[in-house]
Design a protein around this ligand. Structure first.
Ligand SMILES: Nc1ncnc2c1ncn2[C@@H]1O[C@H](COP(=O)(O)OP(=O)(O)O)[C@@H](O)[C@H]1O
Ligand SMILES: [Mg+2]
Length: 359
């Protein structure tokens, strides 16, 4: 007689402890392998995001290791466009505590607003992504999952999340990453290099510019191994949006099928910087070699110290929730705090959040 599997327990309720010293304020979302919580750190007296494996996946050693590895990297790395982890641990279950990013994911802005980014915002988004990807490459890692839902936009910055499939360059099995965003060598299973992240950068800018992914795969096909990017080249971004020639050329070249035909991060950075109005360009900085030979002229990175461009995304005073998953009832008081000290409700403490200018 076969036993029906018991249903997965629901996420923890507000007030429960998700990890030692972290009280749940709200459950943010359940992904394929994680539960994410808006939590209160009793020690730091601040709000944070706690990632844990969802109950049904806790027995999978590979996922436990993956989460802890991500926590270790995000604790170690320091970059203004990369989310930071405060701590990680294994008791009672593996968890990672992240700084709370205010704003909204780029996916949310594109999907919910059904709009496209203005040219200046596309340029700045590209520069922020080049900066953080260059930094990660300098640390010996490829991100491999650059896409709008792994980018949070707020406080004048684009911030990158999710190092869950990051790894050093080298060969990988087919299909690692997110279906619609896979570079041909990721889809096919080949040698992954910094050029693989250049593809992710290009796909993200393409989608931010046009509202569409370069390869629109019908949802029914995502279960198959049919990857259109293995058979055809992405239609030029110019077929879907009129942009300055330099921007069109930069995005299209990132999506070259052969990794060797794609530009380096340095070349994309230089192209994008040329599009900035004069006053917004950062000061020239000497190129410095990184272990992967990608050295954007305007970026200099050392292990613990990062120099990045001074470009900022434009500010608006629009207030957005902590993540796109937040519903009105998750805007709540943190334990022991008055309304005035709740970052989500106080005008005085309100962070100036960026909503990219959409049109
Ligand atoms: N530090 C954070 N601050 C705010 N929202 C976050 C944070 N980390 C993750 N999120 C939200 O949770 C979602 C899922 O997190 P992510 O790390 O990308 O998990 P997965 O590996 O399952 O994709 C993100 O798309 C984002 O909306
Ligand atoms: Mg993600």
């Amino acid at each position: 007689m076969s036993r029906t599997p018991s249903p997965e327990p629901p996420p923890l309720a507000a007030g429960a402890n998700v990890a030692p010293g972290y009280e749940v304020l709200a459950h943010l979302c359940r992904t394929g392998w994680l539960d994410l919580y808006d939590a209160w750190s009793q020690e730091r007296e601040c709000r944070c995001v706690v990632k844990v494996l969802r109950p049904a996946r806790r027995g999978e050693r590979r996922l436990r290791e993956r989460l802890l590895q991500e926590g270790h990297w995000l604790q170690t790395f320091t970059h203004p466009h990369l989310v930071r982890a405060y701590e990680s641990g294994e008791t009672p279950e593996p968890y990672v505590v992240l700084e709370t990013l205010t704003g909204a994911t780029l996916a949310h802005l594109l999907d919910r607003r059904r709009r496209r980014l203005a040219t200046d915002d596309l340029t700045l988004l590209g520069l922020h992504l080049c900066s953080v990807l260059h930094y990660l490459h300098g640390q010996g890692l490829l991100h491999l999952d650059i896409k709008p839902s792994n980018i949070v936009v707020g406080c004048r910055r684009a911030m990158v999340l999710d190092l869950s499939i990051a790894r050093p360059p080298g060969s990988a099995s087919p299909g690692i990453g997110s279906f619609c965003y896979l570079a041909p060598e990721q889809a096919r299973g080949g040698t992954l290099t910094p050029a693989t992240d250049v593809w992710g950068l290009g796909s993200t800018l393409y989608e931010a510019a046009t509202g569409d992914v370069p390869f629109d795969v019908p949802l029914d096909d995502t279960e198959t191994d049919r990857y259109p990017q293995l058979d055809e080249r992405a239609p030029s971004v110019s077929t879907r949006r009129r942009l300055p020639h330099t921007l069109t050329a930069a995005i299209d070249s990132c999506l070259a099928p052969e990794p060797g035909d794609r530009p380096s991060m340095a070349q994309v950075t230089a192209a994008l910087e040329g599009l900035l109005p004069y006053g917004r360009r950062g000061p020239p900085v000497d190129a410095s070699p990184t272990i992967m030979n990608h050295s954007p002229g305007s970026l200099r990175t050392t292990r613990h110290q990062t120099r990045v461009t001074e470009h900022e995304l434009p500010v608006t005073s629009h207030q957005l929730p902590v993540t796109n998953y937040q519903s009105p009832d998750t805007v709540r008081r943190v334990p022991g705090a008055s309304d005035a000290s709740d970052p989500a409700s106080s005008g005085r403490h309100r962070c100036l959040l960026t909503q990219l200018r959409l049109r």
